[in-house]
Design a protein around this ligand. Sequence first.
Ligand SMILES: Nc1nc2c(c(=O)[nH]1)N[C@H]1C(S)=C(S)[C@@H](COP(=O)(O)O)O[C@H]1N2
Ligand SMILES: [Mo]
Length: 484
Amino acid sequence: MTLYLVRHQHDPAHCPAADPTMRAPLRHHLGGPDASPHGVEVTAEAVVPGEHTFYLVVESGDQACLRAFLAPFAAAGSVEVYPASSHPTVTASGGCGATRPALDRPVPALDPERACRAAIDAGLVVHRAHPLNCETAIPALIGGVVMPSAHFYVRNHFTVPDLDASSWRLTVAGLVARPLSLGLHDLHTMHAQTQVVTLECAGNGRALLRPSVAGEPWGLGAVSTAEWTGVPLTDVLQRAGARAEARQVLFRGADAGRVDGRPGTVRFERSLPLDDARGRGALLAYAMNGEPLPVQHGYPVRLVVPGWYGVASVKWLTEIELVAQAFAGYFQADRYVYRYDDPDATEPVTLQRVRALITDPGPGQELHPGALVVRGVAWSGHGPIRAVEVSIGDGPWRRARLLGAREQHGWRWWERITRCDTPGITVIRARASDRAGHTQPEQPQWNRLGYGNNAIQEVHVRIRHPAPDDNPAARPAEGVVPSP
Ligand SMILES: Nc1nc2c(c(=O)[nH]1)N[C@H]1C(S)=C(S)[C@@H](COP(=O)(O)O)O[C@H]1N2
Ligand SMILES: [Mo]
């Protein structure tokens, strides 16, 4: 569906709204069931009184349908149709005057406009429309262990490929005994596994770093959890048979484009050491929450590497290649490395650092004094969560209760029921530790590209003054203005 703005004007001497023979049919045409057979949805309409001008905001699958729908207006006067964008889409794209980045499209791409509008409609926080990048609104994380796929954050480097599953192939080549070319049907007939896995972008929390760094300005919502179904990667590697010289497994997505500092067009490619490719429970996933993968999450097949930052989980996977040397592609060597002030001290971005997120209460929320429930999620790529502790108003750290099933690679829900009676601004903090012995730092470990910020989160809330009836001692004396 495309958004259109329509302007209709007519001769004041022949105002259809004043004509008893036209009034009712027109009203019926606009408000009644007439619009849907034309594939047109009227989302807003307004008349400028006295100007004989009428505006419509409509969505339509194509302009011919829209023109057919507008025929009665064309008969009564002029009709102008403008393809339009919603305000958030334009803002996310860099404004009205912004030129769309010229992205190479080696394969058919999802309409960026539509993808962006669908993300906005789903309540995602869109940081960029081209390529589409959006984070989950923190309140949308609240709920079950997994979350609806529509609320899952989206991180893209290039335009989203719109692949045809019937012709899609996954090739397994390089240092293998038996090169493979697998179709989706081949994967469906292999042994399937389902796992709950939390994906987090390595840049999650980047916007909170000081001094600030360039890159997508993620708040704390570039993390989500889904139930993924697919074929264990190790089964496919076994079928192909790694040769003795093979050290790394390279994964190539169908998406490509231009990047800083490298000539020509670059594919989205990432490698894993062979041991990690075999031993971490990685999946060639074709389903997310029991449905085929949504296009923006890698349809028809993506890699899911549990415990690793999301960059390892290559979407729109088309090629697997076994190689003897460390891979030094753009997304492996130029990006997704921790660069500190010392240029020699660089490290690759690998496992998710331990972190707790407070989903409730939200920042700036006003609360009544008394019982206070703090809840959220916690995860670590290094192992299961050992404990989550909560501190209220700079008070001591107190254990939260870990809730629900312990998924091997999914986040854990936690909750602490406590009290807070002191009116005013109060800081709530939560800190997680994992069974591998890691815990969260007070301050982020700043790095040039802004990865892995797992500093302890702070949420400031306002505790209201108790109502005078609750506590007569708190009642302000006559003539005294209570402090705000
Ligand atoms: N082919 C391809 N795979 C990709 C990416 C990409 O841009 N292209 N982005 C990666 C990054 S950085 C992250 S955080 C995850 C995001 O997955 P999601 O969009 O399903 O949340 O996909 C990874 N896989
Ligand atoms: Mo990412």
